[in-house]
Design a protein around this ligand. Structure first.
Ligand SMILES: [Zn+2]
Length: 157
């Protein structure tokens, strides 16, 4: 069973109700959204007002789909899990070991929110989807709220 919870203006979060209550997905989405709004203050209103559907569940991966022929509004899919995998790019300062890093389901959720919301900003600004920017935002979020994870990251290889 899925249910829509806590519409934030035009933003709708859709998930399995057990997952939603366990992870407090609406509350944590709001925290991630506020972090992104601080990072892109000039787009604060646009991010909150543009229609967006956020689906949380047992996906293979988290991903972002902008507006297209089959989807009139952007969709964020968030995979619930405990494995954190950061992109390995020379221009990011840190990344996860090759097999990924086991983190709490909460940290995994927050990093996925930050990553996919960054793609949403890129879409709203009409920019190319950069994985350097998404990854650096995840790293900066972790530095601020979960420094214990930062110490387990490695240099890009
Ligand atoms: Zn990405």
């Amino acid at each position: 069973m899925t249910q829509a919870i806590q519409p934030k203006n035009n933003i709708h979060i859709v998930t399995n109700s057990d997952v939603a209550s366990f992870l407090q997905v609406g509350k944590h989405f709001e925290i991630a959204l506020s972090w992104i709004e601080k990072r892109y203050p000039e787009f604060k209103g646009a991010i909150r007002n543009y229609p967006l559907k956020v689906m949380i569940g047992t996906y293979h991966n988290s991903d972002y789909t902008g507006v297209g022929i089959d989807n009139p509004i952007p969709i964020i899919n968030i995979k619930v899990g405990t494995l954190l995998v950061l992109y390995n790019r020379k221009s990011v300062t840190l990344t996860t070991p090759e097999q990924g890093l086991n983190v709490t389901v909460h940290i995994s959720l927050m990093c996925a929110y930050i990553h996919e919301l960054t793609h949403h900003v890129q879409f709203l600004q009409g920019r190319r989807y950069s994985e350097v920017e998404t990854t650096m935002n995840e790293i900066n979020y972790l530095k601020e709220f979960h420094p214990e994870v930062i110490s387990k990251l490695i240099k890009p290889y």
